[in-house]
Write a protein that binds this ligand. Structure first.
Ligand code: NAP
Length: 453
């Protein structure tokens, strides 16, 4: 069902029928024909549209924030901040796309040889609900700046966000067909990937969804970028600023109600400070205010769907059954909405399958490490490799962690974050390819060699 169900109340607010095959065909045809003119629009004009999109996002940030909070339950201040971040992403590509896509001269034995970056065509973006605006803009801004057209299959629980994004980009001046939302279900994605007019796909979401899109795209020899799950380590060493590390650890776990791919999920703490860390971390997790995400001082809102809450609770129960110690929370909160208590588990055994799973909600796992070597070994014992946060003031340790952690990002003395100027993505089962920065805008281009004698 494609519907807005307010996770704070469980109330169904709006339902949408999935597009018919004929309606999808119409949009796909438009995307394809638009591409052939849009690719010739000067990059400076595409950049002006992105600047206009940023203006619209900034002036409408409160309303867009309310929409995000209503559809997926993130706290209103964080939703407003998300709209602002999208504006930043649009401005970054508006200001830099021309430079990032300029011809690059390479000296060879030709009289002139250079590399040119050209758009590919209609790109399908399959997106998740957890950052319902940011995930889409960080694909759309570089893809449109490069001259591709975009087709969005957003998560089924955020249809109004999906439509609002299409509206923003249209009002920003992009031609009809440059960016379209397809209100479709997951099982309508495959036929699109089989269609020759769709030239590539990007998916942000779970591993099964990523595997499915990559499998079909692979069978059609189409490029994919996959941004999948994570179980990011947050390592605290004895030289860290202890209070800053604990306070940031809690925030990094419950950001977005715990539903962020780069939320800190496994807290690996050096033995000599472990007991003090556990005590302060548990106190702070218990003190979090869980409630209505529209209220300004709420720390943690509801989970996005009832199903996500059921899955999270099942994981917590399996972790305890495997021998994990429950230090806080561990229960669904009674009443309307999909609330879950901030939860802390310790010593979940590495022999249990749940140790290797991603907890997509406000549930932390704590582990004790003898030293840096054991912390690195524990951190890397994961099928995922998205982000990591390391807390130490010892410079040789900083260098060692930066070198040894198997992840797309290592943040030192700070929580993991995305930044339009820096590459974002993972290794192992967290996916492949990069978004943002120069790396993101060059994912969906033909890197063409021109050699002239
Ligand atoms: P999901 O269930 O995989 O859904 C993501 C998107 O994929 C939705 O649009 C969904 O559509 C679609 N989808 C699901 N199965 C599909 C299939 N077989 N074929 C084609 N499309 C399919 O993930 P989620 O629960 O929304 O998001 C949570 C996951 O995303 C977590 O693992 C999280 O870590 C990850 N994530 C990663 C990043 C990153 O940048 N690496 C960022 C955010 C989230 P429906 O909604 O219609 O099912």
């Amino acid at each position: 069902m494609i519907a807005t169900i307010n996770p704070a109340t469980g109330e169904t607010l709006r339902e949408y029928p999935a597009l018919s095959s004929a309606a999808i065909e119409e949009k796909l045809a438009l995307s394809f024909t638009t591409f052939h003119s849009f690719r010739h629009v000067p990059i400076a004009d595409r950049a002006s549209c992105l600047q206009k999109a940023a203006d619209i996002l900034e002036s409408g940030k409160h309303d867009y924030g309310v929409l995000m909070t209503t559809e997926m339950g993130k706290t209103l201040p964080s939703a407003i901040a998300e709209a602002e971040k999208c504006a930043w992403g649009c401005r970054y590509y508006a200001e830099n796309a021309e430079r990032l896509l300029a011809d690059e001269v390479v000296a060879t034995n030709a009289s002139r040889s250079f590399v040119r970056y050209q758009p590919l065509g209609p790109v399908l973006a399959v997106m998740p609900w957890n950052f319902p605006f940011w995930q889409v803009f960080r694909f759309a801004a570089p893809a449109l700046a490069a001259g591709n057209t975009g087709l969005l299959k957003h998560a089924s629980n955020v249809p109004q966000c999906a439509l609002a994004i299409e509206d923003i980009l249209r009002r920003a001046g992009f031609p009809e067909g440059a960016f379209q939302t397809l209100l479709i279900e997951a099982n309508q994605v495959d036929p699109l990937l089989h269609d020759d007019r769709v030239v590539a796909a990007t998916l942000t979401g779970s591993e099964p969804a990523g595997r499915s899109v990559a499998r079909t795209s692979g069978s059609q020899v189409k490029k994919t970028v996959l941004e999948l799950g994570g179980s990011d380590p947050f390592i605290v060493m004895p030289s860290a600023d202890f209070e800053d590390a604990v306070a940031t650890a809690v925030k990094a776990r419950v950001i977005n109600n715990g539903q962020s791919c780069i939320a800190a999920k496994r807290f690996i703490v050096a033995g000599e400070i472990y007991d003090a860390f556990e005590k302060r971390f548990v106190e702070r997790m218990k003190a979090l205010k869980v409630g209505d995400p529209m209220i300004a001082d709420t720390d943690v809102g509801p989970l996005a769907t009832s199903k996500i809450r059921e899955e999270l609770h099942d994981q917590v129960q399996r972790a305890i059954a495997a021998g994990g110690r429950l230090l806080a929370g561990g229960h669904k909160i009674d009443g309307p909405g999909f609330y879950y208590q901030p939860t802390v588990l310790a010593d979940v055994p590495r022999s249990s399958p749940v140790f290797y799973e991603e907890f997509f909600g406000p549930v932390a796992m704590l582990f004790r490490a003898r030293d840096a070597a054991e912390a690195i070994e524990l951190a890397n014992d994961s099928p995922f490799g998205l982000g990591s946060s390391v807390w130490t003031r010892d410079e040789s340790e900083q260098a060692r962690f930066a070198e040894s952690i198997e992840a797309g990002q290592v943040y030192i003395n700070a929580p993991v974050a995305s930044d339009p100027r820096l590459p974002f993505g993972g290794v192992k089962r967290s996916g492949y390819g990069r978004e943002l920065g120069v790396w993101g805008i060059r994912e969906f281009v033909n890197v063409k060699t021109v050699w002239c004698k």
